[in-house]
Each structure stands twice: as C-alpha cells, then as structure tokens.
Write a protein of this length. Structure first.
Length: 391
C-alpha cells in the first residue's frame, strides 16, 4: 500500500532560464555541442556517425552495449539499421565485463556504447584502449551522469546527454551530442543535414515549467501515482522514428548545468547510514560516489543490491508505504523487456550477472528534496527488512 504523499523516485526541478550571455560549457575546449531532440536521438546520431566513418560495405553494423540498461539504447541502435550486441556486466557492478566485451567484437563491430548508470560512469580509460586498438568508435552515454566523464579527459569519440524528466539536467526534454574536435569537420557535414526546430522559452513554456515543478512535490507526485494510465516508472521499448537537431537557448542549458553542479549530494550520507547492510548480504556498489571526490558527479538515484529478489521487492513495498519513492528501476535485462527480444539478433546467450543485478537492484531517491528525516526512514525500514522474515 502506498502512502498518500510520496517522495518522488527521481527528478530535479526545471530551472529558470538564465539571462545575458551564455557561459562556456565545461567541455567546449574538447567537444563541439550539437543540441538534439532527445538523448535517444543524440545517441542514434552518434551511431550514425560511427557507421558513416566505418569501412563496412553493405554489411549490417554491430554496436556493443550492456545487457542491462535503458531500452532506448536498443532503439537508438536499431533506428540506424545496426544490430545491438549485448555484453554481460561485471558481478554486482553496473559496468560491462571487459573480457566478454572483447569476445563480442567482430569484423562488423563499429562502436561501443559506454553507458553510465545512476551517476556511475563506465570505465572510459579501459574501453578507450580497447576501441582505439581496433578502430572502433567509443560513445559515452552520459544520459544518467553529469558531468560526462569525457569532460575530464577526451577519451570518448563522442558523448550523449539527456535533458528529459528524471535526468541530471531537467529541461523537460531535448538532449545533446558532444563530438570530439578531431571529428567535428566530418560530423558537421553529416549533422547539418538533419532538420532543426527551435525551443522557445515563452509564456507557455514557463507555465509548463511551473506545473511540472509543482507535480514534483510530495503531494503532487502522490496524486500522479493515483492515475494508472500515466504509467509512471514503467519500462517500455519505444522505437525511434526520426532524428532532429534543436536550437536550444544557451541560457537554458547554462541554467541547467549550474543547477546540477550546485545540487547537494546525499550519496555519502546513504553510504554511511546503510553500511550496516553489507554484513547482511547487501552490496553498496555506489559507496565510492562520495561528496568531495576527485570527480564528483550528480547521483541520479542511489542504487544498492539486495541479497535476493524477494528481499528487494519487500523493501520497495515497505519504503513506498512510508512515502519513500524507492523502486526496482528496469527490473529485467534488455532481452527480458517486451518487444526488445524481437529486434535483437537470435542469440542463445544468457547474461547471468546482468540478470542478478536486475533482480536485486533497489534504487532510492537522491535529489534535492531528500531530507535527513527521509534517510532515517530508509535506514529504519531496511533495518526492519533485514531483521524480520517475510510473513
């Protein structure tokens, strides 16, 4: 049973656009920014570039991606006529098994998608070595991470950002493709041919912003949960039908970046408060996402792994009952999501580490509205879950 009010699982408020001259982007000395219709469109455009610069003639290109992740990863690849090749995760970690990744590379492989997860980036240095030695494009999918890891060191050939609901920067939509400067001339010839639409920050946009931000509150989100046709939090596969560029006001993007950079992190508080769970068979794989780290990033949600699916499901149910928007996120590996199996190549492979991760993952809210009291409630509930057997 859910509480009448609910601390939303994810999502920060839409910022008010900044006035005056746009500020430099954190990565602009190393990457050129192309604003796109969505993060999925930006990722698909990255795959399009990888295909164009490859030497495949008529063969179906292959793109490597993790076996657990957002269905939009598959949609972005399939939209370009490419075939997704899935790779299992490392045990209890949201990163790909590098040995299995190397085994998955073939003469048709043109790119590897390095997908960050909940604020935890993939290992770009190791993936960069693998890709460079084989002439593959490395695409950092930073839809769930900010700043992109490549902004520290330009390892990835390109990177993808998403500005939709529930992302580190919430602009109510759109995304960005960051193209490394050594590829910009080639990329420009391709991307400039895409259609472009403008995002206008007018009174209609401002009203949408106010309504959106209102619904992020505990009462507003609690009301949304009572409207089942909205399908909040559901994981579905949506084919990508088109790609477009957008003219995004830089004052809006700059406001989003400042909002993300100034947002307090509760990851270290969670890691400290929940450390008792480790002795009870839980895995705190985000424990190193501490405030003040050398490369601090926005924690989209705080993720941890329960000992088993039953314990995870019970924790979600109890936390929801206390008004904490915890959930199991995607719940399944990519092949287990409806419709996706139909677009994947016939492959008898199984992904045991990804399956275990999906069955045990619990995510907790980590946005700016999480209070000390909320963390105390989370600790109390999870302590109860570990102490009392299910009835």
């Amino acid at each position: 049973m859910r509480a009448k009010t609910m601390l939303r699982p994810v999502g920060s408020r839409v910022p008010r656009p900044a006035r005056g001259q746009a500020e430099p982007l954190p990565w602009e000395n190393q990457y050129h920014t192309w604003c796109m219709g969505s993060g999925t469109e930006a990722l698909s455009a990255a795959i399009m570039l990888a295909i164009r610069r490859s030497e495949l003639n008529g063969a179906v290109p292959h793109v490597i991606l993790p076996a657990y992740g957002c269905p939009d990863l598959v949609a972005a690849v399939v939209a370009q006529g490419a075939s997704p090749v899935l790779v299992d995760l490392m045990p209890d970690r949201p990163v790909m098994d590098l040995e299995k990744l190397v085994q998955a590379i073939s003469g048709h492989t043109i790119a590897v998608i390095a997908a960050g997860f909940l604020g935890v980036p993939e290992r770009l240095a190791e993936l960069g070595d693998i890709c460079r030695s084989r002439g593959l494009w490395l695409v950092e999918d930073s839809a769930q991470c900010f700043p992109p890891d490549c902004s520290h060191k330009p390892i990835a050939d390109c990177a993808v950002l998403s500005f939709g609901r529930g992302k580190p920067i919430n602009l109510m939509g759109c995304g960005a493709l960051l193209v490394r400067e050594d590829h910009q001339r080639f990329a420009g010839d391709v991307l400039e041919k895409l259609p472009e639409t403008a995002v206008t920050v007018d009174w209609k946009w401002m009203i949408r912003r106010q309504v959106f931000n209102l619904l992020l509150g505990r009462i507003g989100y609690g009301l949304l949960l009572r409207l089942p046709f909205i399908g909040l939090g559901s994981t579905v596969y949506k084919p990508l039908e088109s790609i477009r560029r957008v003219d995004l006001p830089l004052g809006l993007l700059g406001a989003g970046i400042r909002n993300a950079q100034s947002r307090p992190s509760v990851a270290s508080q969670y890691s400290e408060a929940l450390s008792f769970l480790v002795a009870k068979g839980w895995t705190l794989f985000m424990a190193d996402q501490r405030a003040g780290a050398d490369r601090p990033s926005v924690t989209l949600r705080y993720g941890l792994l329960a000992p088993d699916r039953m314990t995870r499901n019970r924790a979600v149910s109890l936390l929801n009952g206390y008004g904490i928007g915890a959930n199991a996120f995607y719940e399944k590996t990519l092949p287990g999501i409806d419709v996706i199996a139909d677009v994947l190549p016939t492959n008898p492979a199984v992904y045991p580490n990804a399956a275990s991760f999906a069955e045990r993952l619990l995510t907790l809210p980590s946005h700016e509205d999480v209070s000390d009291r909320d963390i105390t409630v989370v600790v109390t509930v999870l302590d109860k879950v570990t102490r009392e057997p299910e009835k």
